[in-house]
Design a protein around this ligand. Structure first.
Ligand code: FES
Length: 235
């Protein structure tokens, strides 16, 4: 199921549906996997920035991740109190799906409540923190929750650049894990976030390990690590 849709998943009946379809009754909605919190933030997203307001918005930092071609573009604007080193405003806009909208909406509330979160704390927020606040997301939609989180990091890094605080910038460099095919750990991570949880599944979409095969043990470990990171120990 692509990120750029409003499809949702009926866990009990193993069916998908459309979160925006008004024909879905409350009785139907009760059995959908999405929590009340997800639905609340999807139907009433907080801190959205309209294209009109964007023209005049004075952001301290701006971050953009994803690709419009995949329908999962995410933009985040933040305002920072330089004395307190806190995020006082978090605005965003996306073309993503219900999970991306709900995740970013709740993230915007998390970082601005009680006068704003300190930048160092905001940089430590994980996709799992967001999913917990939402009361859960289907495993195959976890990658949508990463968009807001990544765009926030990009916006904070942008703020550091603009304020000559380069030493505080945190950017994770990609590492090549399959040298024959030049495949990085980021591509393995992305595959796991898209719901591929076995070596064979990851190999099918990334082609890792299809030459000498020496990278298989390292890639298998990476897959296990990302599964624990994004889906918890019980998987
Ligand atoms: S290192 Fe991955 S196939 Fe050779």
């Amino acid at each position: 199921m692509p990120c750029g849709s409003n499809q949702y998943f009926d866990k009990k009946n193993n069916q998908s549906g459309d979160l925006t379809n008004p024909k879905n009754s409350q009785a139907d909605n009760d059995k959908w996997f999405y929590s009340e919190e997800v639905k609340e933030h999807f139907f009433s997203p907080k801190n959205l920035l309209s294209p009109e307001d964007e023209k005049h918005y004075q952001a301290s930092g701006y971050g953009i991740v994803g690709s419009p071609a995949c329908g999962d573009l995410m933009k985040v604007w933040i305002k920072v109190d330089p004395i307190e080193d806190k995020i006082t405003e978090f605005k965003w806009r996306t073309f993503g799906c219900a999970s991306a909208i709900s995740s970013t909406s709740i993230l915007s509330v998390m970082v601005t409540k009680n006068g704003g979160m300190e930048l160092d704390e905001a940089m430590k927020i994980t996709p799992q923190d967001i999913v917990d606040k939402l009361g859960g997301l289907p495993n195959h939609k976890i990658h949508c929750s990463v968009l807001g989180d990544q765009a926030l990091r990009a916006a904070v890094n942008d703020y550091y650049k603009k304020t000559n605080q380069e030493s505080r910038i945190k950017e994770e460099a990609a590492k090549v894990v399959c040298s024959c095919l030049n495949i990085t750990d980021k591509e393995i991570e992305k595959a796991v976030l898209e719901g591929k949880t076995t070596y064979e599944e990851v190999q099918r979409i990334t082609k890792c390990g299809t030459d000498c095969g020496n990278c298989k043990p390292q890639i298998t470990n990476l897959i296990d690590m990302y599964i624990k990171k994004y889906y918890g120990d019980e998987n």
